[in-house]
Design a protein around this ligand. Structure first.
Ligand code: ADP
Ligand code: MG
Length: 684
């Protein structure tokens, strides 16, 4: 019997392995089973080369639980190891057996997993003792048994083993008893080994017999040795892809379409990426891509390996060229990983482009489900924007789709403002903004529907990308001013009248939490709305953008500011003005007379003080000015008071305000109730 210390310099490597090597203890099973599969693949390679001429027999890898003994055994009928090889590949752990093998079978070595580094030793994360019972495929090879109890010392002795291949026997640690549970092992095999290239059996199939589950003689094979991504794309039908998608994601809707990735140079990568329907909430949609290394599941945390927006896709990527058990930060700087990332981005864009070209109608039908994904891609990846700008679509409020270029051509003539800026009008809620949309359309404008989750940042991005262009929401202003042209209508009302009218309405605006109203008078045509509430594009956008940008949260605290526009052309507004004049004339007369007098006085004071330095003005003069100013303010307040008292009793004013608020979805609670009552009274 040989005894010795395994060839590591550290006094005891096992605690290190246990704690630090893998954060996830469960991957030991992946390592053991994939070693068994490797050994089997190697035998197949040898046979193909003519270096192994013996009987292959059944090559199924077996995983067996023995709860009584507390062991989990992984058995294969692969190449096995001689005593010498155990010494080299297991005892001198710095040294991977794959190196020797790769050297000899360079071109055929693809199928061999050699990227897991200290794979075998992960067994000690869950075991108090590990035994290897193995017999090499080589003629006259003697079976050997290696045993190690978790200290650096091992024993290696000859033993009896009838069959070629290797049994790895794990004596599961007391604090890892979960790995003796059938259900746990089953789910781990399902997670990591589902697509391994050699059949893996976990116990026997069971069936119902006489009212209970009994084992049959048939192996319970847990994997699909030829997953779809390893097949030749030209031989696959749509239904094959859909079926595979269902096996990966039984709970998901059918995918929109897919890409079969297949590249040999400058790196190896295969896989199938599916485009899911993404309607909203990007965060919930992530991490549906599974990463494999030669059909061994590695992770579904693919951030850093594929561009961020691609983590919204579903499917599998299989590459032996992604270094697997290294840290994430290392991964992100790995040159291969970067190349892979660029490659996938390009592939995805190419696929979308060709779908767009081949069948525009079908592409449009899928657009609403695709839009979030493409917007996210354009927002986060410059190179994706450059590719996507030719097939990304805009949708108008009538449900028509346009490419960026097509839309620009469409609106160029009618929607260029007097400064030469192209104005893109949009609505983010076609129902709520219905009347604004109609008003814009009445002017011959086109209105886009931008109701997606990422449309706010997308709008800012497009404004930067497009030249001399800006986006304006349809309710940002009255239709006449959405796009400023030279034909601005003149307000026929005098300044005094406009001010009075504004005061009447302003004093009656309700107090709404986080809302601020300003009032102005504008001619909007006899047939226009009498009162319209608009919301300034700039401020609204600042608030919306601040949601996406850290450090801008103070914008969120600011009230929304609205403009209440009174239509001076409208008969009802004219009527309010008339009635106000009549009803308040007597009360206002002395106030206005006083106001005019004080204003004249202030003007005179200002005149006499103009050009003088502060120290040249006497205290008396200063006081006089302050008093006059105060008198003016008092009179103005009085005027407001009179108008307000009058307006409070004017039902038309309230009705008009409420109608405008209603149109914006801002009439709620008690005010809505009052409005309903008043409306009924008015028609009674
Ligand atoms: P890697 O798989 O990356 O080479 P491991 O630590 O998983 O590293 O395994 C070390 C070596 O031990 C393997 O390269 C192989 O030579 C040998 N080995 C492990 N398991 C088996 C097995 N079931 N059959 C034959 N050889 C094995
Ligand atoms: Mg291994």
């Amino acid at each position: 019997m040989q005894k010795g210390n395994i060839g590591v310099t550290t006094e005891n490597i096992f605690p290190v392995i246990k704690k630090f090597l893998y954060s996830d203890h469960e991957i030991f099973l992946r390592e053991m089973v994939s070693n068994a599969v490797d050994a089997t693949q190697k035998l197949k390679t040898l046979a193909a080369q003519g270096d192994f001429k013996g009987e292959m027999g059944d090559l199924t890898v077996h995983v067996n639980l023995d709860k009584d003994k507390g062991t989990l055994t992984i058995s294969d009928r692969g190449i096995g190891m001689t005593a010498d090889e155990v010494d080299r590949y297991i005892n001198q752990i710095a040294f991977s057996g794959v190196n020797d093998f790769m050297e000899k079978y360079k071109d055929k070595a693809n199928a061999i997993i050699g990227h897991f580094g200290l794979g075998f030793y992960s067994a000690f994360m869950v075991s108090k003792k590990v035994e290897i019972v193995t017999r090499s495929y080589k003629d006259d090879a003697k079976a050997v048994k290696w045993s190690c109890d978790g200290s650096p010392s091992y024993t290696l002795e000859e033993t009896e083993k009838e069959d070629r291949g290797t049994d790895i026997i794990l004596y599961i640690d007391d604090d890892c008893k979960e790995f003796l549970e059938k259900a746990r092992i089953e789910s781990l095999l399902n997670k990591y080994c589902k697509f391994l290239a050699v059949p893996v059996a976990f116990g026997k199939k069971t069936e119902w017999k006489d009212g209970k589950q009994v084992e049959t003689a048939e192996d319970n094979i847990i994997n699909d040795v030829e997953p779809l991504w390893t097949a030749t794309p030209s031989q696959l039908k749509d239904e094959d892809y859909k079926k595979f998608y269902r096996t990966l994601y039984p709970m998901h809707d059918e995918p929109l379409f897919w890409i079969h990735l297949n590249v040999d140079y400058p790196f190896h990568l295969t896989g199938i990426l599916y485009f899911p329907r993404i309607k909203s909430n990007i965060e919930l949609q992530r991490n549906k891509i599974q990463l494999y290394c030669n059909q061994v599941f590695v992770t579904d945390q693919v951030e850093g390996i594929v561009p961020d927006f691609l983590t919204l896709l579903h499917g599998v990527i299989d590459s032996p060229d992604i270094p697997l058990n290294v840290s994430r930060s290392y991964l992100q700087s790995d040159a291969n990983v970067k190349k892979i990332s660029t490659y996938i981005t390009k592939k995805v864009a190419d696929r979308l482009q060709s779908l767009f070209k081949a069948d525009r109608k079908a592409f449009e039908e899928k657009w609403d489900d695709l839009k979030l994904f493409i917007n996210y891609g354009m927002l986060s990846q410059e190179d994706f924007y450059d590719r996507a700008k030719d097939f990304a679509l805009m949708k108008d409020t009538d449900g028509k789709y346009f490419t960026f270029e097509e839309y620009k051509t469409l609106i160029k003539d009618n929607q260029t403002d007097k400064d030469g800026n192209l104005v893109y009008l949009y609505a983010n809620d076609a129902t709520e903004q219905y009347s604004y949309i109609e008003a814009a359309k009445a002017k011959g404008y086109s209105v886009l529907l931008m109701d997606g989750e990422l449309d706010t940042p997308a709008i800012s991005m497009l404004e930067q990308k497009f030249e001399k262009s800006r986006f304006t929401r349809v309710d940002a202003d009255i239709a006449d001013r959405l796009i400023t042209k030279d034909d601005e209508k003149k307000n026929e009302l005098g300044e005094d009248e406009s001010a009075k009218l504004s005061e009447v309405f302003k004093t009656q605006m309700p107090k709404i939490d986080k809302a601020e109203f300003m009032v102005e008078v504008q001619p909007m045509g006899e047939n226009g709305q009498p009162v319209l509430v608009t919301q300034n594009e700039y401020m609204r956008r600042m608030k919306e953008t601040s949601k996406y940008q850290p450090g801008m949260s103070f914008y969120m605290q600011m009230p929304d500011s609205y403009m209440v526009v009174l239509n001076s052309d409208h008969p009802l507004i004219k009527r309010v003005l008339d009635e106000t004049d009549k009803a308040t004339a007597d009360a206002l007369k002395p106030v206005e007379a006083e106001l005019r007098g004080q204003e004249a006085r202030l003007a005179a004071i200002n005149q006499s003080q103009s050009g003088k330095k502060d120290e040249e003005i006497s205290q008396e003069e200063k006081d006089d000015k302050a008093n006059t100013q105060k008198a003016i303010n008092d009179q103005r307040a009085k005027k407001t008071q009179i108008l307000s008292e009058y307006a409070a009793g004017n039902e038309v004013v309230h009705q008009l305000i409420d109608l405008a608020l209603l149109q914006n979805g801002m009439l709620k609670g008690q005010r809505l109730n009052d409005f309903l009552k008043r409306s009924v009274d008015l028609i009674k």
